[in-house]
Design a protein around this ligand. Structure first.
Ligand SMILES: NC(=O)c1ccc[n+]([C@@H]2O[C@H](COP(=O)([O-])OP(=O)(O)OC[C@H]3O[C@@H](n4cnc5c(N)ncnc54)[C@H](O)[C@@H]3O)[C@@H](O)[C@H]2O)c1
Length: 213
């Protein structure tokens, strides 16, 4: 689908493009120039053209981009054309908030199995999602062919759980616990550290004047 290696920054922008293309389609917009698209999403037009170029010829010079065909393209590129099942490990404060969020409504993603060690919560159903004990982890992940997992446990358990997930066949991990984990090259880890993000936002706001971009 892509015509070469996609830079990380480009990959991060793809869901933004996809989200706004859906909005444009809902508004009945049939085609849009990179300049108008840039204004809508607040990313400069050169960046958009360069990002799209990684995927080949998506638009026509002087005509702009056809919203429906771009939407079809990104839906496929982001695997939004089929439902992705995700496992959640750790049903505490953060885990429960994630279970409450209906990913499926706007994205084709569903947390379909949750896991915890706390006997008060295992064996229950939270927001329509069964919570299994950790002893069921390997079997459930294999049976449900889950390839993506979210880690929302304390730091102390992160590596052990990661090893078990990898062993069970998980290939992508979204790690909310504030620690690095070791995985084989065949597994991708995304680290989400809200405190870091806030700190960097605070820094950017405080240094607005010196900023070049
Ligand atoms: N709460 C937040 O806003 C927030 C924000 C960003 C990051 N985090 C990080 O996310 C992680 C979870 O935070 P939280 O506030 O939900 O914590 P929490 O203590 O409320 O929940 C942690 C859950 O993990 C379970 N657990 C503990 N050990 C386990 C194991 N070995 N296997 C499976 N489950 C296990 C606990 O029973 C509990 O349900 C922490 O690492 C925290 O630093 C939390």
């Amino acid at each position: 689908m892509a015509t070469g290696k996609i830079p990380h920054a480009t990959a991060k922008r793809l869901p933004i493009y996809y989200r706004y293309l859906n909005i444009l389609a809902d508004e009945g917009v049939e085609r849009i120039s990179s300049r108008d698209f840039a204004e809508r999403i607040n990313i400069d037009a050169t960046t958009i053209r360069r990002d799209f170029a990684y995927f080949g010829q998506l638009g026509t010079r002087g005509f702009g981009y056809n919203v429906q065909s771009l939407l079809r393209f990104f839906r496929k590129a982001l695997y939004q054309d089929h439902l992705t099942h995700v496992a959640l490990i750790g049903v505490g404060n953060l885990g429960r908030a994630l279970l409450k969020y209906n990913f499926q409504q706007t994205n084709n993603i569903r947390i379909s199995a949750a896991f915890d060690t706390d006997p008060a919560i295992t064996g229950t159903i939270q927001n329509g999602v069964p919570v299994y004990s950790m002893t069921d982890l390997e079997q459930q992940i294999k049976d449900q062919q889950i390839k993506i997992a979210i880690l929302a446990t304390p730091v102390s358990a992160a590596q052990e759980i990661t090893d078990a997930l990898v062993e069970a066949g998980v290939e992508g991990l979204m790690n909310f616990s504030a620690t690095r984990v070791n995985v084989p090259d065949t597994v991708d880890v995304k680290y989400i550290d809200l405190a870091n993000e806030l700190q960097s936002l605070i820094f950017f706001v405080a240094n607005r004047e010196e900023r070049t971009n």
